[in-house]
Design a binder for this molecule. Structure first.
Ligand SMILES: [Zn+2]
Length: 218
């Protein structure tokens, strides 16, 4: 798992990043510490047409059938200026309650896509349980596959495409896992706050605004 602030490698379950001092409390101070109720698909800015929303819901149903322990949640919104999408996504996955899901799918078994129309970025944060199966490179590749649709403003198609590719990739990985290629994933979180996350983000505008190098000057 990587620190969502300094992106250095952390040991699972650590409460505070030894490199930069980051902790979930830091994000709670920014975004709030109460549980947030989240739909599987939250379109806070009405950027996805109803017909497309339905197709995404269907794809999510399909995903949950295919992976009975896992879930995907999608948040599309316009985050406040200078919000770090990676940190926001990390916070949201830690604090979100998705009422439509049953208890067999805790947040560490979730994947959260965040689409931010303000910074024109998309990010993907994986729960503790799924995280070991994906490399950063795979996540970035996955997100980049959605760029053409994102750039043309077809957010629904982009999400649908990313979702489909993610499922496909995960299916291959779960097969490999059953054959024992991944060994024991260490989802043994301690009581500390920072449980789930690995995050990756890509920006789909042509402008080279690199939040990772500009935003973190605390
Ligand atoms: Zn850090």
């Amino acid at each position: 798992m990587k620190c969502p602030r300094c992106v250095q490698e952390l040991h699972n379950g650590i409460g505070q990043c030894p490199h930069c001092g980051f902790s979930l409390a830091y994000l709670d101070a920014q975004f709030g510490e109460d549980a947030v109720v989240l739909e599987r698909l939250t379109d806070a800015v009405d950027c996805i047409q109803p017909e497309m929303q339905q197709r995404i819901e269907d794809a999510l149903d399909q995903f949950e059938k295919q992976f009975p322990q896992l879930f995907i949640a999608i948040y599309a919104g316009a985050l406040p200026e200078l919000t770090d999408i990676r940190q926001f996504a990390f916070w949201l996955l830690n604090r979100a309650t998705v009422p439509s899901l049953d208890n067999s799918r805790p947040n560490e078994n979730g994947a959260l896509f965040v689409l931010d129309l303000n910074s024109m970025s998309v990010s993907m944060t994986l729960g503790y349980f799924i995280e070991p199966y994906f490399s950063d490179h795979e996540l970035l590749t996955l997100l980049r596959q959605g760029h053409p649709d994102l750039q043309s403003g077809d957010y629904g198609s982009a999400l649908l495409g990313i979702l489909g590719n993610f499922s496909k990739l995960l299916k291959g990985k779960s097969k490999a896992a059953r054959k024992g290629q991944y060994g024991g994933s260490s989802s043994n979180s301690s009581a500390s706050a920072v449980h789930r996350s690995s995050a990756d983000q890509t920006q789909f505008t042509g402008k080279a605004l690199n939040r990772e190098t500009t935003a973190q000057t605390l």
